[in-house]
Each structure stands twice: as C-alpha cells, then as structure tokens.
Design a binder for this molecule. Structure first.
Ligand SMILES: NC(=O)c1ccc[n+]([C@@H]2O[C@H](COP(=O)([O-])OP(=O)(O)OC[C@H]3O[C@@H](n4cnc5c(N)ncnc54)[C@H](OP(=O)(O)O)[C@@H]3O)[C@@H](O)[C@H]2O)c1
Length: 316
C-alpha cells in the first residue's frame, strides 16, 4: 500500500516540486495531497503534475495560518490518514529591523513557526495512534546559522529547529520520524518576492549607513550567493524524495546543498561563536574570497582541523 503524503504551500517553488516529484514516483509509492491556501493558484502545479492529477495527486485547500482550514483538509482524508507531513509553507523577509513593522514580523512567525505547530497538532495524535509517521519540515541553513538582515526570518527557522528537535524524542517513542530539511539558497518565487519587497522598502526608518550597507553591500552579496550557490526547487525535491525512500532511517537534519556546508560547519567547530561571527563579518564587509569555492573548501579544512583540536581539548 502507498504512503499518504500531505504537502503544504504547493502553489510554487519547493512545495510544488516535492508534490509533483512524489506523485510521479515510478514505483507509485505515494498518494499525494498537495495543498495551497489559494486554489486559484493551482495552474502551475497542474501543469507540472500533468497525468498524476486525481490519480496519485489531489489538490486541496489549506491555509497554514488557519486551524479550521487545516482540520477541514485533514478530516476530508480517508481515516484522516497522513503518513508523511511535508510542512513547507513559508515566507521570507529581509531588511533593516528598524524598517520592518511588528505586524509583518508576527505574520511571518504565524506562517513559518505557528503554521508548523498547527499542522503537527492536527496530525500527531493520529500518527501516535497508528505508531507510524514522518514529519518532514522545510527549515533552512538560516535555522542553523543566522545572517544579517534576515534577523526575523532566521529566528523563525531557529524556532522551527528547536520545536522539531524537542518533539523528535517524544515522536521517536511512537515510531514517528522527524526530518528538518535545510536548503541553502533556492531560486524560486521566494527569492523574487523578498527582492521585490527589498527594492520597494522604505529605508528612511534607519540611518544612512545601515541603508547603504543593505542596498550596496548586502543585496549585491546576496544576489551573488543565489547565483553561485543557488539550487533549483527540483534539486531540493530530489533530496527530499530520497529521504522518504528510506523511511526507516531518515536523518533528523538534512542539508541539501554541499556547497553551503563549510559555512554551517563553522558553528559546530567553535562553541564560542567567534569563528562564524568573524567569518561572516569578513565575508560581507571585507569582501573576503569566501564566495569562491576553493576559498570555501580551504576554510572547511581549517574548520575540520579546528574541530579536531577542540575535541582533543575536550577529552583532556
Ligand atoms: N527559496 C529559498 O532560498 C529557501 C531556502 C531555504 C528554505 N526555504 C524554505 O522553503 C519553503 C518553501 O519556499 P520556496 O522557496 O518554495 O518559496 P515560494 O516559491 O515562495 O513558496 C512558498 C509557498 O508557501 C505558501 N504559503 C505562504 N503562506 C502560506 C500559508 N499561510 N498557508 C499555506 N501556504 C502558504 C505560498 O503560497 P502563496 O503562493 O499563496 O503565497 C507558496 O506556495 C519555505 O518554508 C522557505 O522558508 C526557502
């Protein structure tokens, strides 16, 4: 029998790619419920999913910010069965903090963090009862390492990480798996939307120096990162798919982009936090050659050596 998968945020990007990838599985192992908050946006998914519509893929309405819509969607499924929840719906936000308003920040948390909480609350009791299930959550490398001008977004992904890490232990007792997928930059609507907002942003709320850093240093830097390290949604979906290929042993954390690993490794290499702080500072303000891959891997070498040294130190 097939796995029943519910995916949130399927109108575009990673959610769309994950849903259609699973629906087109050659072995037909998955029955996909692809959800979106606005069914008027179903066109792009229908186009990609093609023949699988109403066979291995069904489109339903679900707003991650509305408990009633989540319940209605899950209630409409036979036996309310969700074997795999892919919590993907999310929004981004960049810019100087002084130019962002509290209500937008709360809205972001309501989607990225409380959206996950609502979904898990709805499906976890059934998973526990069945003693099986897999919660897959679209986090980000920014759930491991914060980045300037992404303060609130990064905080929401840290919240997601802390929530899942805590819940995973209890879930394990009921044979429920938890996986945090941590993509680096992904070229999708997400990128387009945050840059569009950034360009329109009223920067008069902050000082000139901060506005200049954001406009002249951060934005070009960030665009370069997307252009050089960016993955496609399909690449992320592929990795995602392979983790549900082995439902017995999915990892708790899954970074999809090897090129980004040197940057996330810094954090684990230095518990004082100085190493990642200095590295990101130099990378952004001193235009250090970190964005060139050779530089990245040299740095990873250094990190590994440092890690080894710290372990030796710890053991003594
Ligand atoms: N792109 C990246 O660089 C990147 C990197 C790491 C992690 N991620 C994460 O990956 C996930 C997907 O992002 P993406 O890159 O695929 O971006 P995307 O193309 O903008 O897709 C985001 C999806 O979430 C949906 N959504 C937003 N609020 C929702 C709500 N309240 N209820 C239901 N759906 C909602 C959007 O629907 P609408 O069309 O209705 O707005 C859209 O379908 C997000 O959690 C994001 O944080 C992205």
């Amino acid at each position: 029998s097939s796995f029943h998968v519910l995916v949130t945020g399927c109108s575009s990007g990673i959610g769309l790619a994950v849903a259609s990838r699973l629906a087109k599985d050659e072995l037909r192992r998955f029955k996909v419920v692809a959800t979106m908050r606005d069914l008027e946006k179903r066109g792009p998914l229908e186009k990609v999913a093609g023949d699988s519509i109403n066979k291995t893929l069904e489109i339903k309405q679900l707003d991650a910010c509305c408990e009633a819509s989540i319940r209605e969607c899950v209630n409409s499924l036979p036996d309310r069965r969700v074997d795999v929840l892919v919590n993907n719906a999310g929004v981004g936000m960049i810019g100087p903090l002084e130019c962002q308003n509290m209500s937008d920040m709360k809205e972001l948390f309501d989607t990225n963090f409380f959206g996950l909480v609502r979904l898990v609350k709805e499906v976890l009791p059934d998973m526990k009862r069945r003693q099986s299930g897999h919660v897959v959550v679209m986090s980000s490398v920014m759930g491991i390492q914060g980045l300037l001008f992404n303060d609130v977004y990064s905080a929401s992904k840290f919240a997601v990480e802390g929530f899942c890490e805590s819940l995973a232990v209890q879930a394990m007792k009921f044979n429920i798996k938890t996986t945090l997928v941590e993509p680096g930059p992904v070229v999708s609507e997400f990128e387009r939307k945050v840059y569009e907002d950034a360009t329109k942003m009223d920067l008069s709320g902050t000082d000139e120096e901060t506005a200049r850093i954001f406009r002249e240093i951060y934005l070009p830097y960030s665009k370069k990162v997307f252009a050089s390290l960016g993955q496609t949604s399909e690449e992320v979906a592929e990795v995602n798919n392979s983790s549900s290929d082995h439902p017995r042993t999915p990892p708790l954390r899954h970074q999809t982009n090897r090129l980004y690993m040197p940057m996330t490794t810094l954090k684990h290499a230095d518990p004082t936090g100085r190493l990642p702080l200095d590295t990101f500072y130099k990378m952004i303000f001193k235009h250090d050659g970190v964005m060139n891959y050779i530089g990245l891997y040299r740095r990873q070498d250094v990190t590994c050596r440092l890690q080894r040294r710290l372990q030796i130190y710890d053991n003594s």
